[in-house]
Write a protein that binds this ligand. Structure first.
Ligand code: FAD
Length: 450
């Protein structure tokens, strides 16, 4: 029987689902899959994006673990495509590659003052509190009043982690340095700003309800923000999630919460125009008030308002990074593709090259959506059998030789399990489920302990 030697780049949910699905697919060829990630740890943004106080979502790691633990997909952690392995290497050892490299950085918000000291990207903050090995151990938490710009779930995650009492995070897997950092934060007020109204939010109902009911925090909404036009009414009639969220917000308006030392404010109809600075540091954010235009969109009113703020986080979306040697759509931050087939500038499929997950369709959607993506991509990969690469060194041992000859210090699955075990042990010693390790060198050293 012919055999598909497949390389998958990126061990987040998209890469793992795609690998699993191709193994389980109806096909007339054998499969052997190598899954690479630049990080020592698998699971992508489920480990390094999902907030630590979302154990239910973090629980998806269990399902991903079970796929990798079966032993029919080889994991190679700490191997960066574009540095440790190249497209030429892949062509030498495999019949095809699927890129599932996700997104790690913030989309830009181009307003004056955005580069001032005290202005941050949400993704960088997330990488800090989720202990991403390539981000520093410390985070400047010295602001009393903070703005979070954005009306999606990442904005709520960032606001919630900033405002939450740090003791309430101790049941999660947050590392010591994150807990210690949050403990020193003098924050009293976190303001979340959206350009549009309550019927246009991009939150999900569960996340919104959770953010509005944080222990020790008073959530506040403002009467003047409850505006609805014809477009909003249509959204309310056709979209159950919007209906639920508007009701949640209205309930809060009608039943104000008792005062607390920390407050979470939700503001709507505020379009950021400038981050204002004093001596190079953020001192305020200026907004233009907006109003609905009848269709559910907003226009500026010309009225300016300013909030005294010492730190601002932009949570206006993630953006994918370019992949070495692979056509990239710079407008949308995705690999140029048609339904997961990577295409050149003329729109023709580049044989052997596929993509899936956030790097295929952009950084929107939940973990579950990456499964639907993977089904589409592997469907095409199977159909395209005739155009796969013909590798000259397809044996499973030959890629190991290439990595070793190049001095690439990779982490295999059994080595990762040692790190996983150590994190659990460290957690249990402190009465917690797990303590996430941050240091890449330490993780690599533990992986080699016998
Ligand atoms: C802050 C935040 C919170 C979220 N919370 C939730 C939530 O609560 N619930 C939910 O359902 N979804 C949530 N999501 C969405 C979810 O994380 C994504 O839908 C999902 O992770 C996308 O999967 P992916 O595999 O495409 O990308 P990723 O998860 O980003 O995985 C990509 C992997 O590729 C690796 N990689 C990148 N470049 C290279 C390279 N050159 N070489 C080798 N490896 C590489 C990365 O290290 C990473 O491990 C959240 C997202 C964010 C950003």
């Amino acid at each position: 029987m012919p055999k598909l030697r497949l390389a998958v780049i990126g061990a987040g949910p998209a890469g793992i689902y795609a690998s699993d699905l191709i193994i389980k697919a109806q096909r007339d060829f054998d499969v052997s899959i190598d899954l690479f990630d630049l990080l020592p740890a698998p699971y992508g943004l489920v480990r390094y994006g999902v907030a630590p106080d979302h154990p239910r979502i973090k629980g998806i790691i269990r399902a991903l673990y079970e796929v990798l633990d079966r032993g029919d997909i080889r994991f190679f952690g700490n191997v960066k495509y574009g540095v440790d392995i190249t497209l030429d290497d892949l062509k030498r050892h495999y019949n095809a590659v699927i890129f599932a490299t996700g997104a790690i950085k913030d989309a830009d918000l181009n307003i004056p003052g955005i580069d001032l000291d005290g202005s941050y990207g949400a993704a960088d903050f997330v990488n800090w509190y989720d202990a991403h090995p390539d981000f520093p151990l410390t985070w400047p938490l010295n602001a009393k009043q903070v703005a979070v710009i954005g009306n999606g779930n990442v904005a709520l995650d960032v606001a919630r982690i900033l405002v939450k009492l740090p003791e309430d995070l101790l049941s999660t897997d947050i590392p010591e340095h994150v807990y210690e950092g949050l403990k020193k934060s003098p924050v009293t007020d976190v303001h979340v700003f959206g350009r549009r109204g309550p019927a246009q939010v991009k939150f999900s109902p569960l996340e919104l309800r959770e953010a509005l009911h944080v222990n020790g925090v008073q959530s506040i909404v403002y009467d003047e923000d409850f505006q609805f036009d014809e477009g909003s009414q249509k959204a309310l009639e056709s979209n159950n999630q919007i209906r639920v969220m508007v009701k949640t917000l209205q309930d809060l308006k009608e039943n104000p919460q008792p005062p607390q030392e920390r407050r979470l404010h939700l503001h709507f109809f505020h379009s950021p125009v400038e981050v204002v600075g004093e001596n190079g540091k953020v001192s305020a954010v200026r907004f233009e008030k907006t109003k609905l235009d009848g269709t559910g969109n907003v226009v500026g009113t010309g009225e300016m308002v300013e909030y005294p703020i010492q730190a601002v986080y932009r949570a206006v979306g993630y953006f994918g990074s370019e992949i070495d040697g692979i056509p990239f759509d710079r407008k949308y931050g995705v690999i140029a593709n048609q339904e997961g087939r990577v295409v050149d500038s003329a729109g023709s499929h580049i044989p052997g090259v596929y993509c899936t997950g956030w790097i295929k369709r952009g950084p929107v959607g939940l973990i579950g959506h990456t499964k639907a993506d993977a089904i589409e991509t592997i469907g095409h990969l199977i159909q395209d059998q005739g155009s796969w690469w013909k590798p000259i060194e397809p044996d499973e041992g030959q890629i190991l030789n290439t990595l070793r000859q190049r001095g690439v210090d990779f982490m295999d699955w059994s080595q990762w399990l040692r790190v996983d075990f150590e994190e659990k042990q460290q957690g249990q010693r402190r009465g917690r489920e797990r303590l996430k390790l941050h240091d890449r060198k330490q993780m690599m050293a533990i992986s080699k302990e016998k």
